[in-house]
Structure formats: structure tokens, C-alpha cells
Design a protein around this ligand. Structure first.
Ligand SMILES: [Zn+2]
Length: 306
């Protein structure tokens, strides 16, 4: 009767084994799913990389209210809805606001229904700034284009957000969890560092910023020779201003400067301008009645060599 005993023992062991397997299979996976693993979705995986998120430094539109127009002809209802959700998403998370215009918005959105494959990957869309002006303080984007190609299969409009961030000046990220990674997947998110950079860039008000960039002055006897460059390095057009030149605090010359758009400058030159004496100090002062990003750079003082 010993072998019967053995069979009972073996059967009991098999049953126990099955029970354990059952518990592992049916309960353990849930306990894995519940465990929370923090995902790094930042644009730059390394902290020092945060300054190079954009194609050029300090890229922004002139104002924090940005217009857009959708060329609806080639767009499906889904693509239009995704694009609008992308605008809402950035608007909700930053200081930016987007306004739709029937045409001629700063951002133009067009769609294409053909399938495009490059290097074995489906092209989801294209986007970027199309007009950038370097002003000194900023690389000002005045126009951008978005082309939506593939229909998005994600719950969040990943493709539209990705292309919109390109238009706002953002380059590709090397972080697979970030929405700016070149290959899209539905788990990717924006990352706080890019949102923080947007808010930081648009903190500066949309004013002009007149500044004296280069100034040189010399005297030959009582004759004054000078070159001075005035630039608008700000974010909007500067109306008429006046350049006043002083010699030892006495006014030598006054020059009216017509309006200057951002990114533009003017060179003002004098050759052998007769003055009442040879001054030791020459001061250049831009008088402007309106607001400016900074008034401190409106002045330059030169000490004339003896
Ligand atoms: Zn891209």
C-alpha cells in the first residue's frame, strides 16, 4: 500500500504547484501594474542641455497671442480637431493664447492625405518657423507652417502638438518619452522644461528696444567726426525717436530717427561737424516716448582721447 500513499503525496504536491502558479499568474501581474514608475519626459535628459531646446536661442513670436489659419480643403475633420486640441493644450499649459483667423494667420496649417515614407518610417507631419528675424535679444518668429500628413491614432493629438512645438522654435529631443522625439508614440508627453522655457521667453513684454550699438567719435580741432549705430533689438516697431548728442553735457546735435521695425538699425554719421570747442566727453542719448524693454541701453558715453 506504500505506492498508493506516494501517489496521494505527488497529487497533493501537483495541486499545490498549480495553486501557486494560479496565484502568480492572476495576482502578480496586477501588483506589477500598480507599482508606479516615474517617467522622465523632459526635453533634455541632461540638465545642461536645456538651453539648446530650440533651433536658435530665444526663439519666440512677437506677442504671446498668436494667430493661426487652417486651410481646411485637404484636411479631415479629425485632423482639424486634433490641431485645435493641440492649440488648446499649449494654451492651457503656458502663457500663450491662440486665435483662429479665416486666413493669413501667423501659423498656417495645411493637410495632405498621401502616405509618405522616408528611411522606412511614415512621415506624420512637418512643421517649423518660416520667417525668423534676428533682433539681438530674440530670434523673432513672424510666420510658421504646419503640414499634417498621417492621421493621429493617439488619444492626445501627439503629431499636431509636435509640429506646433517646431513652429514655436523647438528642435527634436533625444528623449524617447518626450513628444519632440523624432519617432512618435502615444505615451510621449510635452515635458515641463519646454513649457517653462515658453513661459520664460514670453515674460518679456512686446515692446521695441532701441539701443546704441557702436559709437565712435573724434575731434580735429573744433571739427567733430562721429559714427553711431542705433538698432531696434526688441519685439515691436519703434515709432519716431530722437538721437541727441552732447559734448560735455552741452547739446551738439539732434537727429530725428524715423520709425524702426524690430531687427532694423540706422547708422548716423557726421564728418567734420563744426562745434564751439573740442569736448572731452561725448554722450549719445536716444529719446523715445513709448515703452521699451530696456531704457538703459539708450545711452552711450565716449571719453575723447587727448
Ligand atoms: Zn519633428
Amino acid at each position: 500500500m506504500k505506492w498508493q500513499n506516494l501517489i496521494s503525496w505527488v497529487s497533493a504536491l501537483i495541486l499545490l504547484g498549480l495553486l501557486i502558479t494560479y496565484f502568480i499568474l492572476f495576482f502578480f501581474p496586477y501588483s506589477i501594474d500598480f507599482s508606479f514608475k516615474e517617467v522622465n519626459n523632459n526635453f533634455s535628459i541632461t540638465a545642461e542641455g536645456s538651453t539648446s531646446m530650440q533651433f536658435y536661442p530665444n526663439m519666440r513670436f512677437p506677442t504671446s497671442t498668436i494667430t493661426y489659419s487652417i486651410d481646411k480643403v485637404g484636411c479631415t475633420v479629425k485632423k482639424i480637431a486634433d490641431m485645435k486640441r493641440a492649440f488648446s493644450s499649449i494654451q492651457d499649459q503656458t502663457s500663450l493664447s491662440f486665435i483662429e483667423l479665416p486666413e493669413n494667420g501667423a501659423i498656417t496649417i495645411v493637410c495632405e492625405s498621401t502616405t509618405r515614407v522616408e528611411e522606412g518610417l511614415y512621415i506624420a507631419g512637418e512643421g517649423g518657423p518660416s520667417n525668423v528675424t534676428q533682433t539681438g535679444l530674440f530670434n523673432v518668429i513672424s510666420k510658421g507652417n504646419i503640414l499634417l500628413i498621417r492621421e493621429d491614432r493617439c488619444q492626445t493629438p501627439s503629431i499636431a502638438i509636435h509640429e506646433l512645438l517646431h513652429v514655436l522654435g523647438f528642435d527634436h529631443s533625444t528623449n524617447k518619452n518626450n513628444i519632440m522625439y523624432p519617432v512618435t508614440n502615444c505615451k510621449q508627453t510635452i515635458g515641463q522644461d519646454a513649457l517653462d522655457l515658453i513661459n520664460e521667453l514670453y515674460k518679456t513684454p512686446s515692446y521695441p528696444d532701441l539701443a546704441i550699438q557702436n559709437a565712435s567719435a573724434s575731434f580735429t580741432g573744433n571739427y567733430f567726426t562721429s559714427n553711431v549705430q542705433i538698432i531696434n533689438q526688441g519685439l515691436s516697431l519703434a515709432n519716431n525717436s530722437t538721437l541727441i548728442i552732447y559734448g560735455d553735457d552741452k547739446e551738439i546735435k539732434r537727429v530725428d530717427i524715423e520709425e524702426l521695425d524690430y531687427g532694423y538699425g540706422r547708422i548716423i554719421s557726421f564728418e567734420r561737424l563744426l562745434t564751439s570747442k573740442r569736448y572731452d566727453k561725448v554722450e549719445y542719448d536716444i529719446e523715445y516716448n513709448g515703452n521699451e524693454i530696456s531704457k538703459e541701453n539708450n545711452k552711450a558715453i565716449l571719453i575723447i582721447k587727448k
